[in-house]
Design a protein around this ligand. Structure first.
Ligand code: 5CA
Length: 134
């Protein structure tokens, strides 16, 4: 669904769609520092990813990905990064809090496009590992 209003942030997207912020599946790219590889965390819009938890799960230091890294490795601009369809396969983690909703919404590649799916569809499409990201 393409919207005239910005869906750049989880709050923007929820406002434009008319759903709760918690139902936005935000696709966040981190950078595993030693391997210099991207990591995707798909989190509920209301949650903040605990980078220490993520680093502990990966056994690797985690840094924030900057805008260039996200564009180069995922293939999309920040604010439009989708949960699937990246330039390279990206190891993916899924926020367990998303599983409670009948439907959720994710970015569809631009800061004005979103799509609706079920948590089950998200899990199957991404093969993401379900974790507590908080
Ligand atoms: N389209 C919406 C969801 S449908 C969306 O993409 N939201 S998002 O939360 O997944 O993407 C915005 C996220 O990009 C922010 O939560 C933030 O973690 C990240 N971000 C914003 N600015 C920067 C920046 N300058 N560098 C790195 N990451 C950033």
């Amino acid at each position: 669904m393409e919207l005239p209003d910005s869906t750049r942030t989880a709050a923007d997207a929820a406002q434009a769609i008319g759903c709760t912020v918690a139902q936005i599946a935000k696709s966040l790219i981190f950078r595993a520092e030693e391997a210099d590889r991207p990591i995707l965390v798909i989190a509920s819009g209301v949650n903040r990813v605990n980078e220490k938890t993520l680093a502990a799960i990966l056994g690797e230091k985690i840094g924030k990905a900057d805008a260039d890294f996200v564009r180069q490795r995922a293939g999309f601009v920040i604010g439009g990064v989708p949960p699937v369809g990246h330039i390279e396969p990206i190891e993916t983690f899924l926020d367990e809090d998303l599983l409670q909703y009948d439907e959720i919404w994710a970015a569809a590649g631009t800061p004005h496009a979103v799509f609706r799916l079920t948590p089950d569809e998200l899990a199957r499409a991404t093969a993401g590992k379900v974790i507590c990201i908080r």
